[in-house]
Design a protein around this ligand. Structure first.
Ligand code: PLP
Length: 408
């Protein structure tokens, strides 16, 4: 073990699910890009909330409500500090990345005009494509695609040539969930700002591996989901610069988001409440904070270095198998390997691996345009986390060889 501070056995012991068996075999969980597993301290934070201080927030004078409000707002503070936002009210707690992107996309409905241009990258998740298509339909703005190379790298020179004074918004993922490519977001943000465009970075796939600093990036919007980084499902964040969030209208109407309501007129609350209508996922928000504490306790540099070892090892092992094609060969990648085996449908491989207790994802990974680009129906995707091991990769390789023998 290279990283002395990294005790893999201790870490694995903190994930109860890793003890279970699937189809009579110890579970190998390689579907981390879809959702990560949850460590005991995060599970405990949810149990603790419902066992000791479950109450609605922001409105009650009673003790439980105050304790719940404090814990929820403390979580917001933790998220702020983690992403280095200048102000805690720039962190909007949402149900996840999809919700966050929809808040921004619907907010621009009255701020765009016919002929405005929006740029999206060729390697986006559907949740960073469809809300913008809906926005274009409403406004007459035009969606343009930043192309990528065969290796899954954005063509930055083409991107530069696409930018002009009509470009209003640019949205790109920090890391592609289907290919693992780490995009040059600093440069994308800088060049977009030169023509006055605002930038939204989808950080859902980056957040488990890279600690983003929104002020250093100078990004306008940054979004992520807690369930990709050891937190629960159904909670995430929208970071936005205060001045820009203030310009956007609320997304939903309801309780929590108002200052004053009469039947004639309603005035809205300030940030962050303007975008947080209704009772939120309180336990989820608190657990999001606990998940960041947990991951920071290990350290993002340590996590990234260990996962990169797994990526290099897994890639080497897969390349030695005849007929395997890997999609996504950027220099800078997170621990995601998308691949296919010549002549075999990805679904069939995934099913056989599951019989052997190994969870990989097969299909288009909510990124059909990428599959169209490579002219394939889908891929097999193995995505690693810091609680995975090389021994587990060996098990996948052995199982894959058996699957190939069975299917060819
Ligand atoms: C997972 C993921 C999403 C969607 O996240 P939800 O939690 O389903 O809203 C969007 N973009 C990327 C890059 C993702 O990996």
């Amino acid at each position: 073990m290279i990283y002395r501070s990294f005790d893999i056995e201790k870490i694995r012991a903190e994930f109860p699910i890793l003890n279970r068996e699937v189809n009579g075999q110890p579970l190998v969980y390689f579907d981390n890009a879809a959702t990560s597993q949850t460590p005991t301290p995060v599970i405990d934070s949810i149990v603790d909330y419902y066992s000791r201080y479950n109450a609605n927030i922001h409105r009650g004078v009673h003790t439980l409500s105050q304790e719940a409000t404090d814990a929820y707002e403390q979580a917001r503070k933790k998220i702020q500090l983690h992403f280095n936002a200048a102000k805690s009210h720039e962190i909007i707690l949402t149900s996840g990345t999809t919700h966050s992107i929809n808040i921004v996309a619907s907010g621009y409905a009255n701020l765009l005009k016919k002929g405005d241009e929006l740029l999206v990258s060729a390697m986006e998740h559907h949740s960073n494509i469809v809300p913008w298509q809906m926005l274009c339909k409403k406004t007459g703005a035009v969606l343009k695609v930043i192309p990528m190379t065969e290796k899954g790298i954005l063509k930055m020179d083409v991107f530069s040539s696409m930018l002009n004074e009509k470009t209003k918004l640019v949205f790109v993922n920090h890391v592609s969930n289907a290919l693992g490519t780490v995009n040059p977001v600093t440069e994308i943000i800088r060049r977009s700002h030169e023509v006055g465009a605002k930038v939204l970075i989808d950080g859902a796939q980056a957040s488990p591996h890279i600690k983003a600093d929104v002020q250093e990036l100078n990004v306008d919007f940054y979004v992520t989901s807690a369930h990709k980084l050891c937190g629960p499902t159904g909670v995430g964040m929208l970071y936005g610069k205060e001045t820009i969030l203030n310009e956007l209208p609320p997304y939903q109407g309801g309780g929590e988001m108002i200052a004053e309501v009469t039947f004639e007129k309603t005035t809205y609350a300030g940030l962050p409440h303007k975008f947080e209508a209704g009772t939120p996922n309180i336990a989820g928000g608190i657990a999001f904070g606990a998940a960041l504490d947990y991951m920071n306790g290990i350290g993002f540099d340590t996590i990234a270095a260990y996962e990169n070892e797994l990526l290099v090892y897994g890639t080497q092992q897969l390349r030695m198998i005849e007929g395997v094609t890997i999609y996504g060969e950027a220099e800078e990648k997170t621990a995601v390997i998308s691949f296919n085996v010549n002549g075999i449908h990805p679904y069939d491989v995934g099913s056989i691996l599951d019989k052997m207790g190994i969870a990989v994802r097969t299909g288009h990974h909510c990124a059909q345009p990428i599959m169209d680009f490579y002219q394939i129906p889908g891929t097999i995707r193995a995505s690693f986390s810091f609680y995975n091991t090389k021994e587990e990769i060996d098990r996948m390789i052995t199982a894959l060889k058996r699957a190939i023998l069975m299917l060819q």
